[in-house]
Design a binder for this molecule. Sequence first.
Ligand code: SAM
Length: 323
Amino acid sequence: MLIDAYARRFTYLRLSITESCNFRCSYCLPDGPDCSSRKDELTLPEIKRLVKAFALLGTRKVRITGGEPSLRKDLTDIIAACKQTDGIEQVALTTNGYRLQRDLSNWQQAGLDAINVSVDSLDAATFHLVTGENRLPAILDGIEQAMAAGMGKVKLNTVLLRQHNALQLPDFLEFVRDKAVSLRFIELMRTNDNQSYYQQQHLSGASIQQQLLRQGWQLEAKVRSAGPALEYSHPDYQGQIGLIMPYSKDFCADCNRLRVSSRGQLFLCLFTEQHQNLRHLLQDDNPKPLMHYLQRAVLGKAASHELHQGNSGSTRHLAMIGG
Ligand code: SAM
């Protein structure tokens, strides 16, 4: 098992497969990615060995993320490889939705269980402004397709932005009225690249929380394996609203996740100074050296990130590690 010094058990791997992205989200990569990282991306055989070692240590869920994971031509093979690994029960994907309409059925056939799609606004002009891409209708159509195709869990991620979408709560609520999706507001996190943007746009999720409670939304009980979102439901709505508030007290107390970057670096936290290179341990099929390394490494995981102190570690933007 992977257990740290605070008795937290890690059963969830977030695996970034590329730093590259085709969107220019204003809080993440407004000037585009550094494409030089692409040549160092983990190969499919390296990914298979990595996931096998994690699975042997109790990992049950893999989320494939990036950058934009669908930019990789072998994404379908990566999904299949994760799904076929003994012990892996759930394979999820976080995407901007750009390839959803074209590739969803291939991903499903490969074994994809769940999908999170980033949608920062349901207003086409705001979406364009925030992401740099005028693609909202196609992305919403892809989400409809995913639901119609019986994709188990479909979630929407919305980064809460004071000047862009914070006043659009009624649109988001209307969206989930008759759709069985969970729409989660993620509080904007401060990274080394977005500090002045953070000052302008950060808004605590508590402001949404208060509006939800006033309108009769109720907090759902959390199951142990759940992620960091607080989920709210309402009898008049089929969907749910989630809040991810990394600045809230005890956010890290039940952390169950580890991250590996597209270059094969282990990040014990999204906001840390240190990372460990795993690549040399991914060059042959014996999982034991990597397993021993991981078991020792997790003991160095800090109790909490230091975002409250304005310390984002070495994280320039979330595409680096896989947000
Ligand atoms: N390209 C994919 C996507 O758009 O979902 C996956 C990678 S993206 C880095 C993963 C998630 O992180 C997205 O929902 C994105 O909106 C979120 N994100 C990126 N930077 C963030 C920040 N500074 N604070 C909060 N969320 C952020």
